[in-house]
Ligand binder design. Structure first.
Ligand SMILES: *[C@@H]1O[C@H](CO)[C@@H](O)[C@H](O)[C@H]1NC(C)=O
Ligand SMILES: *[C@@H]1O[C@H](CO)[C@@H](O)[C@H](O)[C@H]1NC(C)=O
Ligand SMILES: *[C@@H]1O[C@H](CO)[C@@H](O)[C@H](O)[C@H]1NC(C)=O
Length: 395
């Protein structure tokens, strides 16, 4: 046999395997790991409706204690699938060797859920993301409770970098056990009407959260807010009745781009600091195809339904975003690995830093600055996987 013949032969042997590899699976049940009563209820409704419509395959609902428990269950086969946030997808892939079957598309085109942008007042001229030193910044808050090593101290990096800022929660004991975080990180915070709860990691601090960070810039206390691209649209046109928001107009603000230029508020697709991947369905490697096929049948039946069970609606379950985000347009197949879903920027950043969970936004905007200040990030190794805390849900 010459080389060509041998290659052809191999190709013929493999061909049937490849083409039937998905259908050949005997298992027809997909068990979904759910985390709450609402999720369980919607899962059971989906299962019942799928059976009633004679959709091939059976959906089962397995209750997990938390995301970590669901990952363990999927790994050992007690569950087959669960929908997860970007951080959890990273842990699922990197720490547990799991993969993705499908992901949410919110705009019908790509798999991003939102962009992190730098928003400033249009009247602030001579402001550039390349020249932020000593400028003041506003942040929605500090989010997770992971202890940060000396080598990877984001609050200190931000404190040294910006003149004064509002990073709600940065002086809380859990984020600052030694009390070392710079005080200037709370100087653009205003607390409540009675000047209490200044820098609190909750809505009593009026500069807390996405709209609080926007307010901080709108009120001229900060030069730039690091927020989701949608924040401005959520607070305009009477959607927010607070006086600062009623006065706000689209023309008052602009975006600062990483290359030092500026852009209009609707140009977030090209002018952002980070694109945050949408939720996706975590499965074992060998189940990628099987679970996708099942989901495809489910969304064909219930994805666009206007009556009866609706896959992307949470109405009636007492919560929003149950099983899938309510903004989901459709589920798209993930053919590549989990890293292809998360995208190069997100993955590189997470791989580079052990402490990324401490604050994703600070990390992204300061990536370059951290290098400049020569703070050595600790590489993420499989051993640090055991230390993964309950991961933050949203920014
Ligand atoms: C189908 O879903 C609806 C909710 O949309 C639910 O009330 C109903 O019980 C479900 N049907 C079955 C057979 O589970
Ligand atoms: C699989 O993992 C889950 C979660 O850790 C555990 O509760 C269950 O007992 C395990 N099952 C098997 C068969 O190992
Ligand atoms: C719903 O319909 C729209 C428009 O026809 C289509 O683009 C979309 O893919 C459909 N969604 C699902 C989940 O089938």
């Amino acid at each position: 046999m010459d080389r060509l013949e041998r290659r052809l032969m191999v190709a013929f042997l493999l061909l049937p395997l490849l083409s039937v590899s998905c259908a050949a699976h005997q298992k027809t049940t997909v068990s979904w790991c759910v985390l709450s009563d609402a999720e369980e209820q919607k899962c059971l409704h989906l299962a019942g409706n799928a059976t009633a419509r004679n959709i091939r395959g059976t959906l089962e609902c397995v209750r997990g204690e938390d995301t970590r428990d669901c990952l363990d269950k999927i790994k050992n086969g007690t569950a087959d699938a669960a929908s997860m946030f970007a951080d959890d997808i990273y842990a699922a892939g990197f720490c547990h060797g799991l993969e993705l079957a499908a992901g949410e598309s919110h705009n019908g085109v790509d798999g991003y859920s939102y962009y992190v942008v730098a928003m400033a007042r249009r009247s602030s001229s001579d402001l550039s993301l390349l020249e932020m030193h000593e400028r003041s910044s506003c942040h929605p808050g500090i989010r997770t409770t992971i202890s940060m090593g000396e080598q990877c101290n984001f609050p200190r990096a931000v404190g040294n970098f910006f003149g004064y800022s509002c990073v709600p929660g940065v002086k809380d004991v859990q984020h600052d056990p030694k009390g070392n975080n710079p005080k200037n990180l709370c100087e653009a915070c205003i607390g409540d009407d009675n000047d209490r709860h200044i820098c609190a990691n909750n809505p009593r601090e009026r500069h807390y959260g996405e709209s609080g960070a926007l307010r901080c810039v709108a009120e001229n206390l900060g030069d730039v807010a690091f927020v989701k691209h949608s924040t401005i649209f959520d607070n305009l046109d009477g959607k927010n009745q607070e006086s600062w928001a009623l006065d706000l107009e689209l023309e008052d603000l602009k975006l600062l781009c990483p290359d030092g230029t500026e852009a209009g508020l609707d140009e977030f697709e090209r002018c952002h600091l980070a694109a945050v991947p949408a939720n996706a369905v975590v499965v074992r490697m060998e189940d990628k195809c099987r679970v996708w096929k099942f989901l495809e049948r489910l969304q064909n039946a219930f994805g666009n339904a206007t009556e009866g069970f609706r896959l992307f609606s949470s109405a009636g379950y007492g919560e929003s975003n149950v099983l899938f985000d309510d903004d989901t347009h459709h589920l798209q197949r993930v053919l590549g690995s989990y890293t292809s879903w998360l995208g190069p920027t997100y993955t590189t950043m997470l791989q580079a830093f052990d402490c990324f969970l401490s604050n994703r936004i600070l990390l992204m905007e300061l990536e370059e600055e951290i290098q400049r200040l020569n703070l050595h990030p600790i590489p993420l190794t499989p051993s640090s996987c055991s230390a993964f805390p309950t991961l933050s849900r949203h920014l």
